[in-house]
Structure formats: structure tokens, C-alpha cells
Design a protein around this ligand. Structure first.
Ligand code: IVH
Length: 662
């Protein structure tokens, strides 16, 4: 049956609105621009043919009107306030304590929501119609930007169910994809670029010609109230639900919690979640949920006492590059390191960052004295990502790669984009190799970390790895700041390491391309270090997960005379070279056939979890896919956790993991 024009009109309206929302708010369009244009065209045609049908909220009405001479300034019915800021969890906790104290024993509950980086506005609906939109201005009076706000696609101009008078407070913003597109087109036209989405939104709202505004897809999120009559809601949470129920744009991410610990947890959760939002956020807003409690708490002249902003440390910061040093890794690769003026980045102070390699330095044209942009993403070490060329000091010179190893002065060889010191006696490499050998995930020697490794090598106590096992109390106490007690502890740690499972020793040797997981496979397959050391490439590829390239690396490593000397010396020192019975146990177990991915910070070394999973028959992969059975997530888990959630993969905490293990 053919639908009537009215039915088709209703259908088209809801379709176009849905696509507007997907495009402008979620930045996830489902259809092509051309398909959208067809729907829009049909809507327009239907409206021209049947003027009586026209809905005043129709997306076709969002095209803007005649330009203004200037904006009128209008007094706010109720003052528009700002928020106080906090910059640390300690400050946030102080705020929460203050709230509880001022409520004289009443318990408070809270809402945590994104702090959108845009511009505050006030919207006034009278008898269900949008009659006025104002900027915040000085809080008392704002500019009348009604015509500009009416161009916002997903903002209804009329809603029948609204109370007779209601003012909403909210944030106008330019979604990230729209911001990128806007800057791109400005660049093409040779117009100056906006520094960030917030400036772009501000610049747009200031345009006097709303037809120009209509061309930029502004969006809005409503999060508060101004003057109201005839509304009986009693909490912030109820307001947020009501806003969405009315069909108005509101928060789709907020958390309702009760205790301080839950507030902090939600704030951290939001820090992860916000990376996926289609708009820029620079913090969380924490609000007391109950309106009656908000009233008791009141306000100062600038900000309410019932709400506060928590600013996340920027993920990127600019700082000065003081100098470049060169670090020698355990395989001899030279990494250029940026020594920086200390800067706050993702909650910690950063004074060093990796410059990756010399080709990167040349490509980005990084020079000493430059103002550089540094970034810290997730668990990754900070990196220099770009240079602010407009701030470059005069007469700066490009950074020259070193001609010799910065530690042993030996010759350097070029390998792909890397420079490598191939000298086997380089103490720079030795320090890193020692550190790796003793590391928690490898031989697990307590007390032998970076500082101790450096000290032992610098004092000449260790020139070869195996000399760890020749250390005595006498030798150790000759070191600076080393008392008898710490010497005894270190010696006990070293002693215990003689009986470690074979896979830990294999991993500790630092064979190129051989990580903890592969070390276990090799231990199970070859059962002794000697057999592994003598294996041919063909024999190696018989083991699980060993490809020809890795096999070659392993063969080359064991063929080195220095490796052979090391193995003999370690054997003489009484180190276990055989697989222990528990390493060889059959892998039935609760995780038989199950695929795991591990992410975030756990209470023990990642390798320990990998081992446990494998000993129970499971396998561990590096990335999440639909085939993953479990994602074991620790603190600060990032993109892998997100991916697991979108794919519907089961996510378990360490506690739950322990339960499964039994
Ligand atoms: S509440 C009286 N909630 O941040 C309550 N503000 O730094 C006042 N902002 O002027 C505001 N997201 O422009 C609130 N979810 C949110 C917000 C938010 C962004 C802005 C707003 C305010 C500024 C204060």
C-alpha cells in the first residue's frame, strides 16, 4: 500500500533526523552524502508541495536567516556561573570532603560527566518554543545568538511537552571531524587556521550571518537549568534522562555514584572513554546529584559549591628541548633521547622523551633549543612528535648523529634506520643486558634494577653477565651506599635465581626476537639449554610459533663465541639448564583452547600471567579480535579494553582471573 504524503513526511523527518544525529553528534554516518542528499531533497520537495505538513523543527528550517548588524546584549534571568577547577585527585577529594562537611552529616551522591571544551550558552524555551539563545558573556549579560543557535541541526526548535518556561544551560561545540574538515577547507582557501575546536566554535558563534553558521555543523549538549517554572524534577540524573526523553541533546555518558572512591574511579574511567568521543574534552565535571543538597551548598559569586571541574593533564604538551643524549640499548642500538624542560603530561612530570632514531629527527627537523610537542599515549614512553617552527631560535643547527658509540667509543654500523654499536664489550650494552637478565619477568633477581646494574658495571665488578654469580659480600659492600643488609639481600636474590625454570634463563639471555612466551615454547620443546643452543634452523622451526627468520636469529646468537663462553660460565656457576617438570606438564586445565589478551597494569609481571595462562592450557595473543575469549584488564587499560567492549569480548579483572584459576 502506498503511504500518504503525511505518512511519508513523518518517515522522512525521522530518517533525516536520525542521520543528522549520526553525522553531527556521533560522527558515525551510516549512509553516503549522496544518499543523504536524496532524502533531504525529497523532504524539501514534499514541504513545497504540501506547505501545511511542514514541521517547524524540520531540518530544512536550519538554514539561517538574514545577517545581523550586531548582537544585542541581554540580561540573564539567572546568573550564568562558571566552575572552579581541580588538578589532582587530592584536590578533588578535598572538594568531596568539603561537600560532606557542609551537608552536616547528610550523605551526598554525585554525577560525573564530561567537561566539553566548547562555549557555554543559555537556551530559553517559552510555551515549548525556542525563543532565545544567549552566550555566557560576563555571566550577567550575554549576546543574543538565537539565530545562530537555531541552525544547530539536532536542536529542536519546538517541543510540545516542555514546561511553560524553561532555560537550559549547555555547551556548544564543533565536533572533531567537522573541525578537521573546516580547517582543511580554510587551508585550501589560504585562510588562517583555528588552533582548536573551541576557537572554531567561538569564531562560528560570533558570525553575524547565520546562513554562514548553518554551513558549519555546530552541536550542543545540555547539562543544566536556568530559570524554570512548572518542573518537578529533583536530581541531576533525572534531569539528564528527561533532557534525552524530550528529544533534546544531552549527555550520553555520565556516571551516578555514591562514595569518594567511586567518584575517583568514574573520573579515571572517563579519562579513558573520552578519547573516543567525537568532541574535545579537557576534564570531568563532578556535580552533587540532589537539587535540595545543591541548594543547601549554595554558591560563591563565581561558581557553585556543589560542582567542580577536574582537569585532566594534557596528553600533549609543549616544552623546550635542552639537549639530545644517546642511549645504548642491550642489542647495541643507539636511541637518541630528548632531554626536556620538565613538563606535566598525563598526570606525571616528563623530562625525557624518545626521539626514536636519526631519520625521525631529520624528518621532523628537530633541533636543540626548539619548542617541541611531546605526547604520552597509554603505557607508551613519551615521545617528541613535532616542532613548533615559529618559535625556533636563530642559528639553530640540525642534530648530528654520533660518529662513535657514546659509551665505548667503538665504531657504529647503520642498520635500516638505526645506528648500532657492534662491540661485544661495550659497557653501555652490558648494563642494559644485565638489567634485562635480572628483570622481574626474566631471572627475577630482587635488588638488581637499573641503578644497581649501572653501579656494578661502573665499579668494574661485572664485565660479563656470568660474574653476577661471582659477587660476594665483600665486593658488594665496597660499593657506595651499600650496607651489609642490602648486600645480603641481593646475594640471596642471586642465589635463588640459580634454580629458576629454564624458560626464564632463555628469556634472560636476551636473544633477539625471543620474548617470554617464545622462551617458554622453546623450553618445552628442547627441554635443555644445550639442546636449544645446538639446534639447527630447521629443528627450530619445528617448535610452535618459530618462523624461519626468528630461527636464523636464534642460530646466529648461539653461534657467537661470546654466547658460548657465557653459557659455559653459567653452567659452571650451577645455574639450572634443564626444563623443570612443571614446565613440561600437559596442558589440559581450565583454559584449554582459550585465547587471552592482557592489557593494563597488573599486580605482577605480565610474564607471570602469561605463564599461568599457558600452564592451564590457554594461549595469549597481542591484540583483541572476535576470536579472543578473555581480556584480562588491569589498571589504565586503554584501546584493547575499548576494542573488547565493542566486540563484546568478555573482560575480566585480576580478581576474576584468580577465581577462574581457582
Ligand atoms: S556545569 C553552574 N557541566 O565549563 C554550573 N559546565 O569551566 C556551570 N562546561 O562555563 C557549568 N562541560 O562552559 C558544566 N558538563 C558540564 C560542562 C561545563 C563544559 C563548561 C561551561 C562552564 C565551564 C567552566
Amino acid at each position: 500500500m502506498k503511504s500518504t504524503p503525511a505518512q511519508r513526511y513523518a518517515q522522512l523527518l525521522s530518517e533525516v533526523r536520525r542521520h543528522d544525529h549520526l553525522y553531527y553528534v556521533q560522527a558515525q554516518p551510516e549512509i553516503s552524502d549522496a544518499a543523504y542528499d536524496r532524502l533531504y531533497r525529497e523532504l524539501l520537495d514534499l514541504e513545497t508541495a504540501h506547505p501545511k505538513l511542514v514541521d517547524e523543527n524540520s531540518p530544512t528550517r536550519k538554514v539561517g536567516g538574514a545577517p545581523l548588524e550586531s548582537f544585542r546584549t541581554v540580561a540573564h534571568a539567572i546568573r550564568m556561573q562558571s566552575l572552579n577547577n581541580t588538578y589532582s585527585e587530592a584536590e578533588l577529594t578535598e572538594f568531596l570532603n568539603r561537600v560532606e562537611k557542609n551537608l552536616h552529616g547528610q550523605n551526598a551522591d554525585y554525577v560525573i560527566e564530561p567537561k566539553i571544551d566548547g562555549l557555554a550558552v543559555s537556551l530559553r524555551y517559552e510555551k515549548g518554543r525556542l525563543t532565545q539563545g544567549l552566550t555566557r558573556g560576563d555571566g550577567e549579560r550575554g549576546d543574543d545568538i538565537t539565530e545562530n543557535l537555531k541552525t544547530i541541526r539536532h536542536l529542536p526548535l519546538a517541543i510540545a511537552q516542555l514546561p511553560s518556561l524553561i532555560e537550559f544551560r549547555g555547551e556548544v561545540y564543533l565536533p572533531e571531524p567537522a573541525f578537521a574538515a573546516l580547517n582543511q577547507s580554510r587551508q585550501k582557501k589560504g585562510e588562517p587556521l583555528f588552533a582548536n575546536p573551541r576557537n572554531a566554535a567561538a569564531g562560528t558563534l560570533k558570525l553575524l550571518d547565520s546562513r554562514e553558521v548553518a554551513k558549519r555543523p555546530l552541536a550542543i549538549c545540555l547539562y543544566g537549568l536556568g530559570e524554570v517554572t512548572g518542573l518537578t524534577l529533583t536530581t541531576q540524573v533525572a534531569l539528564y534522562r528527561q533532557i534525552l526523553d524530550w528529544g533534546l541533546p544531552g549527555h550520553d555518558w555520565f556516571r551516578h555514584v555514591r562514595t569518594s572512591a567511586e567518584v575517583l574511579r568514574a573520573v579515571r574511567e572517563l579519562d579513558q572513554a573520552r578519547t573516543k568521543f567525537p568532541y574535545a574534552t579537557d576534564g570531568a565535571v563532578i556535580k552533587v546529584n540532589r537539587f535540595d543538597q545543591q541548594k543547601i551548598l549554595g554558591q560563591t559569586d563565581k561558581a557553585p559549591r556543589w560542582a567542580i571541574a577536574y582537569k585532566y593533564a594534557p596528553e600533549q604538551s609543549e616544552t623546550r628541548l635542552i639537549q639530545v643524549t644517546f642511549q645504548v640499548g642491550r642489542t647495541g642500538v643507539i636511541t637518541p633521547v630528548a632531554e626536556l624542560e620538565p613538563v606535566l603530561l598525563s598526570g606525571s612530570t616528563v623530562s625525557r622523551a624518545t626521539l626514536h632514531n636519526f631519520e625521525e629527527i631529520a624528518r621532523k627537523d628537530i633541533r636543540v633549543g626548539d619548542l617541541v610537542r611531546v605526547e604520552k599515549a597509554g603505557e607508551v614512553i613519551p615521545a617528541v612528535i613535532s616542532v613548533n617552527l615559529s618559535q625556533r631560535p636563530a642559528q639553530s643547527k640540525p642534530i648530528r648523529p654520533p660518529r662513535a658509540c657514546p659509551v665505548c667509543q667503538g665504531p657504529l654500523e647503520k642498520e635500516d634506520v638505526f645506528l648500532r654499536c657492534n662491540s661485544r664489550d661495550c659497557v653501555g650494552q652490558l648494563k642494559r643486558r644485565l638489567q634485562h637478565f635480572a628483570h622481574r619477568g626474566a631471572m627475577d633477581i630482587e635488588g638488581l634494577g637499573e641503578v644497581m646494574a649501572t653501579q656494578l658495571v661502573d665499579a668494574g665488578l661485572i664485565q660479563h653477565l656470568d660474574q653476577i654469580y661471582e659477587l660476594t659480600e665483600e665486593k658488594l659492600t665496597s660499593l657506595e651506599r651499600m650496607g651489609e643488609k642490602s648486600a645480603a639481600n641481593l646475594l640471596a636474590g642471586i642465589e635463588a635465581s640459580r634454580r629458576r625454570p629454564l624458560w626464564r634463563l632463555i628469556f634472560g639471555l636476551g636473544i633477539p626476537q625471543v620474548g617470554a612466551v617464545l622462551s617458554e615454547t622453546l623450553a618445552r620443546h628442547f627441554r635443555s639449554l644445550d639442546r636449544l643452543a645446538q639446534a639447527s634452523a630447521a629443528e627450530l622451526t619445528q617448535a610452535n610459533d618459530v618462523g624461519p627468520k626468528v630461527a636464523e636469529e636464534i642460530v646466529a646468537f648461539f653461534r657467537e663465541p661470546s654466547t658460548q663462553r657465557l653459557l659455559a660460565a653459567l653452567q659452571k656457576a650451577g645455574l639450572n639448564h634443564q626444563a623443570l617438570p612443571e614446565e613440561l606438564e600437559e596442558r589440559g586445565g581450565v583454559f584449554a583452547g582459550k585465547k587471552f589478551v592482557i592489557t593494563g597494569t597488573l599486580s605482577a609481571a605480565r610474564e607471570d600471567f602469561i605463564r599461568q595462562i599457558q600452564s592451564l592450557g590457554g594461549t595469549v595473543a597481542g591484540s583483541v579480535s572476535a576470536k579472543t575469549d578473555f581480556v584480562l584488564a588491569g589498571d589504565d587499560a586503554g584501546s584493547k579494553l575499548e576494542k573488547a567492549r565493542t566486540l563484546g569480548v568478555r573482560v575480566i579483572s585480576e580478581k576474576e582471573f584468580e577465581k577462574l584459576v581457582g
